[in-house]
Design a protein around this ligand. Sequence first.
Ligand code: NAD
Length: 294
Amino acid sequence: MKVGFIGLGIMGKPMAHNVLKAGHTVIAYDHNQTPVDELVAAGAIAAANGREVAELADVVITMLPNSPHVRSALFDKDGVAEGLTAGKAVIDMSSIAPLASREFAQKLAEQGVDFLDAPVSGGEPKAIDGTIAVMVGGDETVFAKYEPLLKTMASTVTLVGGVGAGNITKLANQMIVAINIAAISEAYSLAKKAGVSPENVYKAIRSGLAGSVVMDQKSQKIFDGNFDPGFRIELHIKDLQNVLDTSHGVNVSAPFTSLAMEIMQSLKAHGHAKDDHSGIAEWYEMVNDLKLQD
Ligand code: NAD
């Protein structure tokens, strides 16, 4: 299959590498030329803009920060829509607002182009290993056609409903991750101030009911005070804004998400927007005047 790939950042670049390794032709484009050059060195074809990607590809994957970036990549001058013809497809793997996914699907359908929203979970290590989880919204037949392609990047690929359902699932995921990191940081702060090593607490409870993938992936970063991203706080703020907009739109109250959002906003105000989201622990360190490293 000829696969266009737009957005070659922390996640998109390793994902595109895995598509390439699986034997597909990859046509790559990013505003930033460096990752494009890296992919070309591995066998991909470089395109000058989104239109050229869509002209050369059967299906175009986008992996961009948020809804406005996807809208711009698809519909601006020299964007993807200009190069698409009926029977081609767009798979947006970015985490964006579900209503934006529905808007894009509708516009592309007018050209006879299929659309799936297929955001991912798992972070950079799993993007490199090809073991991310993909949650897909869209039509069953379109899903069946592109499931093998998605599996070149993922260990699980799940159709969760119609267009937009993928991003609603991703929002649920992001609520749970943010609140989980805050809960872990709060618990480690209690342990530290009460004189018990947070690392010992982690070892003792990780296989019990409180244990989680989040606890396993983020605790060492907290103990090392190493908040290199990973998943940046500014991106998680974007996701929680989409959570709050969507939950208020359907009349759901999300108090714990709001708290996690305010902690991240405070970290951003203190210059930590580009830290990994495990940097929520830094907020607990600030307000409690402690360090979580032993
Ligand atoms: P990133 O900022 O590292 O990469 C985004 C890339 O898009 C950059 O290379 C940028 O140059 C490019 N770009 C932006 N606008 C563009 C445009 N109009 N045309 C072409 N290129 C453009 O972001 P990331 O961490 O790779 O995240 C991408 C998406 O995946 C986000 O929606 C994020 O929420 C989601 N996500 C990230 C992680 C993670 O751990 N980083 C995990 C799961 C999901």
